[in-house]
Write a protein that binds this ligand. Sequence first.
Ligand code: PLP
Length: 396
Amino acid sequence: MTTEEVISLTEQNILKTYSRVPLAFERGEGIMLYDLEGVEYLDFTAGLGVNALGYAHPVITDLIREQADRVIHTSNLFHIPSQAVLAKKLCGRSFGERVFFCNSGTEAIEGALKFTRKWGKQFTVPKTDFVAFKNSFHGRTYGALSATMQEKYRKGFDPLLPGFSYGILDDIESVEREVTERTAAVIIEPLQGEGGINFPDVNFMRNLEALCRDHDMLLIVDEVQCGMGRTGRLFAHEHFGITPDIMTLAKPLAGGLPIGATITGPRVWPVIAPGEHASTFGGNHFVTGVACGVFDIISDPDFLAGVAEKGDYLAHKLDKLREKYPLIKEVRGKGLLMGVRFDFPASEAVDYFRNERILVCTAGPDVLRFIPPLIITMSHIDRVIEILERFLREKS
Ligand code: PLP
């Protein structure tokens, strides 16, 4: 099949929910992707944060083969060894005490919202409401979309769920103003992804934690995009020294297989009883078997230190470019989730990079996003910086 044929088939048969780049890939290796015509691309998108270990990683491919030979799915009618082991690993390295497994980020958020509402029912005046944030992104299903405050995602789909209001990142008073006796939880991305790569201030996050404790509310951190090593720590909230009550994970957790997880702390899990939430595929042998291997690699302290070092290097190089080229308005992010804000559409830079056989993406209209596989090397970063500088020089 040629790329042209794929594009034609897509246009005839696939619902137009995506505006796609005219590329189709056949295989990947390390951090390189190869299109149907055999052209090689350096990938700084990692399947939107999913392919943390790149393509055809030997540990992942071996685990996939082994698990496929044994058993893929039995349902949650029965105990699932790899699910139990993965949950132990996740809890062992976090505040979590019990995990619910599902299949995507948005589904992990739905779990978080439902568990919170169940928790809120124990109060004389039931706590049913949520405070989320402007520029947030939590997913496309109705609960997650109701927590998402970006008009472009919500337009045309109202009415959304009642009980959601929105504060402003780094403005604790804006959150305080939204809190009532009915507020059950605050939900926040410890590093906003789709909203433009915004890393909150440490004092703001600590004040938010204190606000939640003072008003008997839960703190939910959505680490679907920024969790699992992406920021140089296993979980992004660790940068702030805070303890949430619920954390959602998804994208990189099974190295490319669909998985989501809602991790619950001691205040939350005791309120949930059998039958109150479920997922047919959630946490099956296949995905959790692979995720155990992915977790062992990413959670290794040396691996995480390497991500932090590469992230610092990337940030330093981007800052140098910002000093040199006024076209860059801001450099922001943490670890290997970095954004560069321009005062023109970031898609121009994406197109330029693509012509140079490098894949990057945007985060909002004017932010260029770097979210490479965590296994990149310094020389890959140098290559990307070289192309960005050439783009800026030509555009200046
Ligand atoms: N939460 C965050 C922070 C995300 O970045 C995303 C997806 O980009 C989601 C939730 C939704 O995840 P999914 O697309 O797997 O439903």
